[in-house]
Design a protein around this ligand. Structure first.
Ligand SMILES: Nc1nc2c(c(=O)[nH]1)N[C@H]1C(S)=C(S)[C@@H](COP(=O)(O)OP(=O)(O)OC[C@H]3O[C@@H](n4cnc5c(=O)[nH]c(N)nc54)[C@H](O)[C@@H]3O)O[C@H]1N2
Ligand SMILES: Nc1nc2c(c(=O)[nH]1)N[C@H]1C(S)=C(S)[C@@H](COP(=O)(O)OP(=O)(O)OC[C@H]3O[C@@H](n4cnc5c(=O)[nH]c(N)nc54)[C@H](O)[C@@H]3O)O[C@H]1N2
Ligand SMILES: [Mo]
Length: 739
């Protein structure tokens, strides 16, 4: 999202800096942004399709040959078992790649129409609790208020490390600078985390917490606010919130004294945290992945919003505000009926372990068993789009062993890595500098309403398809056309016509009641450009496809290469932003509150002596930027962080190896002893574990690290959202190596 100024000399990137004139980022840049030249030039990056040969190696082929090979492996699966035997894995970069983000919905939607059941994504190792809570409480799965960083005077951050991640489901350039500004203007930043993170180190206060117990802390905060008469009931929320009193009543069993042992936070601190919040002028809570990917992810995420409501902070400047994106994401995940009678979960179940579907997905950890368990309905074809689940999925080893059992594995990916080495065909996309770029989903979490469009910097070989075309080609194949024969242009038209028909038939859109055919002819171009144009024109500043003259279009946005800044965060957006059946913020749902007994039982349970957690790193991006040499300088950073007291008790030495073991597996890893961990909790970065045979990642393979998901179990889940627990996994550690 940050604007770049790229210097090109003799056709090569000579340097990348933040663009000081960028309407959004005003010159800010994180280390990931500086790497696009390296990604472009990486000799390991795939530029032509690869096909696996009989002896297991890969052969470079023409695009025609690649399509024929996809047809050869995929068609028998579809003919014999139907599209129900196929699934799609939607990897993280899909959300950051214009072509993929614009058309992944076409693939998943059309394959679904052909009979595909659930699909998979890292969502269930990430933000699914947030999606569940957003759907039920605010009425849309990507609908949630974000902290008003620039006006709050008391920010409590739980389970997020924005100094490293740059903000997650919270888009803000220079987020670290903005956090520092809070304390500089006399406010407070409190970080609740088992680790004194890079963010905590800059904060006013670090509150260490036992992993998986944030919901207990938050209930205790809510109860204290109620007990002290500090619940705020501001006029702007009057009649706009349902269920606050019920939520407060549910907090009754969770007194600070009772949650203290489980959370590891003493009761006096919990009471003081509650009173600090209530005494602040503009308090707000923000939570992210450490709170989602834990035992009570949904309840904890829900309670963050409940407490924000109880503080009167929602939809108030300085509190939690609903962004107003200039373009709404056309991503497919939007529930078809989100403004109707509500949303249902568990409409169908997974074949092997019977996991209920949540927002059309099964837990990612189910994928392996759906492939390697024989029987009717087995998954035998996988389309993996910009994902590396062999590294990112809990139960990683079983998945690594299951993928070779697929009859058809097609990867749309730019590298031959731990996952794609199992593919029958790898179809590479263009480099980030060869394709146009615009963001969409993340404007929905942004601290300002901006819009930008970037043209490709470099031309690509003339025969290279965009990734969006690959998605449509496979969608066409799922619907019955041989892969080489799919008419991508016709598919694109069909998709856009379908979208327009829906928008015209839906109440309350800018096109309600208009003729879908006429709307279609008002649009020019093709592919992602046409979809972005549509999104802008139907957005809050748009020209409504001609009926609001002077309104924004892509053509106008293109005249502003530094982007357009349209508005700052505003309050008073409840009517526009909340789309629940009642139109109110709905705090109480059986799907969420039925999990409270499980949480209450947690208070009675002894804590395990050692719990494993995950962390991110500034110069990594999940698993896939480790092939960039400039990001890999310096010492091995795939280390197990251990508190000195634990290291002493376990006999571990700094910079020496140790074996970590869980019920799921064991790995040998380098130890780093540091008081930044709370005692009883250790931390491993995720995204490592390179060096596997058959991969083509020269730089990454020289610094392999270990895969923390060899340790994370598949069957330990946050119940309401089906999200994997990768924070708070009981483990055992001993010095030395196993082998
Ligand atoms: N540089 C960089 N940036 C990234 C990424 C990257 O890999 N590198 N990845 C991107 C992606 S895909 C995502 S989803 C975002 C995630 O962004 P963040 O949510 O900010 O992710 P993390 O940095 O992993 O921070 C999670 C924190 O939760 C803490 N934690 C663990 N267990 C618990 C618990 O039970 N309770 C509490 N309160 N805290 C706990 C961990 O110690 C850690 O500090 O970052 C994105 N940005
Ligand atoms: N233990 C543990 N596990 C975790 C997490 C954790 O905190 N702890 N975090 C989870 C989270 S939040 C996430 S988002 C996931 C990430 O999980 P994934 O999305 O599965 O993994 P990534 O490492 O992001 O892999 C991205 C893939 O996209 C490819 N790629 C990169 N750029 C492009 C492109 O432009 N086009 C195409 N077609 N391909 C491209 C890369 O080669 C790589 O294969 O991991 C999850 N797993
Ligand atoms: Mo993520």
């Amino acid at each position: 999202m940050c604007g770049l100024r790229v210097t090109v000399e003799q056709g090569r990137v000579a340097g990348i800096r933040g663009n000081p004139d960028d309407a959004w980022s005003q010159g800010h840049l994180c280390p990931k942004g500086t790497t696009l030249g390296h990604l472009h030039d990486d000799p390991d990056r795939l530029r032509v399709p690869l096909v696996r040969t009989a002896n297991g190696t890969f052969r470079e082929v023409s695009w025609t040959e690649a399509y024929e090979e996809v047809e050869r492996v995929l068609r028998p699966v579809l003919d014999q078992h139907g599209a129900g035997a196929m699934t799609v894995y939607v990897g993280n970069p899909v959300a950051h790649n214009l072509g993929l983000a614009s058309y992944i919905g076409a693939l998943v939607g059309m394959a679904g129409a052909a009979g595909m059941q659930a699909y998979y994504s890292p969502g269930t190792v990430d933000q699914w609790p947030l999606n569940v809570v957003s759907t039920l409480v605010f009425g849309g799965m990507w609908n949630a208020p974000i902290p008003d960083l620039d006006r709050t005077d008391h920010l409590v951050i739980l389970g997020a490390n924005p100094a490293v991640s740059q903000g997650s489901m919270l888009s803000a350039p220079d987020v670290t600078g903005r956090l520092t500004a809070i304390t500089r203007r006399g406010g407070r930043v409190v970080v609740v985390d088992p680790r004194r993170t890079e963010t905590a180190a800059r904060a006013s206060e670090w509150v260490p917490i036992r992993p998986g117990t944030d919901a207990l802390l938050l209930f205790a905060l809510l109860r204290t606010l109620a007990e002290e008469g500090l619940v705020s009931r501001p006029a702007h929320l009057d009649g706009r919130v349902l269920g606050l009193d019920e939520a407060i009543a549910l907090a009754e069993p969770f007194s600070p004294e009772r949650v203290s042992a489980a959370t590891g936070i003493d009761a006096a601190t919990i009471r003081r945290l509650a009173i600090d919040l209530a005494s602040a002028g503009n308090p707000v809570l923000y939570s992210r992945i450490g709170v989602c990917t834990q035992e009570f992810g949904t309840l904890a995420t829900w309670l963050v919003f409940v407490v924000n409501v109880a503080l009167g902070a929602v939809d108030r400047l300085g509190g939690a505000l609903f962004p107003k994106p200039a373009v709404s994401s056309p991503m497919f995940m939007k529930p078809p009926d989100q403004t109707g009678a509500g949303w249902e979960f568990g409409r169908f179940r997974s074949r092997v372990s019977g996991a209920p579907e949540v927002l059309s997905q099964f837990p990612l950890g189910c994928l392996a068993e759906e492939i390697d368990t024989p029987g009717e309905g087995r998954i035998s074809a996988l389309i993996s789009v910009a994902g590396n689940p062999v590294i990112s999925a809990p139960g990683a080893r079983r998945l690594d062993e299951a993928l070779p059992q697929l009859d058809a594995m097609i990867c749309i990916d730019n590298w031959l890595n731990e996952t794609t080495r199992h593919a029958h065909v790898i179809l590479p996309g263009l480099s980030p500098l060869e394709r146009a770029h615009a963001d969409d989903l993340y404007w929905m979490y942004a601290i300002a309403s901006c819009i930008k469009w970037s043209e490709p910097l470099f031309a690509s070989a003339s025969d290279r398809p965009g990734e969006w075309e690959l998605l449509l080609r496979i969608a066409g194949a799922a619907l019955g056309t041989p892969v080489p024969d799919v008419d991508v242009t016709a598919m694109d038209d069909l998709y856009v016509q379908g979208l327009l028909a829906t928008v015209c038939a839906t109440e309350g859109t800018p096109l309600t009641g208009r003729d879908a055919g006429a709307a279609f002819t008002a649009l020019a171009g093709r592919g992602p450009e046409r979809l972005v144009d549509l999104g802008i024109r139907l957005g809050p500043w748009g020209d409504d496809l001609g009926s609001r003259p002077g309104g924004l279009t892509l053509e106008e946005v293109r005249r502003h290469p530094d982007g357009l800044r349209l508005a700052d965060l505003e309050e008073g957006r409840l009517t526009d932003a909340v789309s629940t059946p009642s139109g109110c913020i709905e705090l109480i749902h059986p799907h969420i509150v039925s999990d409270i007994p499980r949480l209450a039982a947690r208070m009675e349970r002894e804590s395990q002596p050692l719990l494993l957690t995950s962390r991110r790193q500034l110069r990594s991006n999940n698993s896939w930027m480790h092939n960039v040499p400039t990001l890999m300088r310096g010492r091995d950073r795939c280390t197990l962080l251990v508190h000195p007291a634990d290291a002493g008790a376990l006999g571990l030495a700094d910079a020496e190896m140790a074996t970590v073991e869980t019920d799921a597996g064991s790995v040998d890893v380098l130890v780093k002893i540091t008081a930044e961990m709370m005692p009883g909790v250790v931390s491993l970065p995720h995204g490592w574990g390179h060096g596997l045979p058959g991969t083509r990642l020269g730089v990454a393979n020289a610094h392999p690290g270990i895969n923390s998901n060899l340790l994370n179990p598949v069957n330990v889940l946050d119940v309401p959202s089906n999200t994997h627990v990768v924070n708070g996994v009981p483990c055992r550690i001993r010095p030395g190596v196993t082998r």
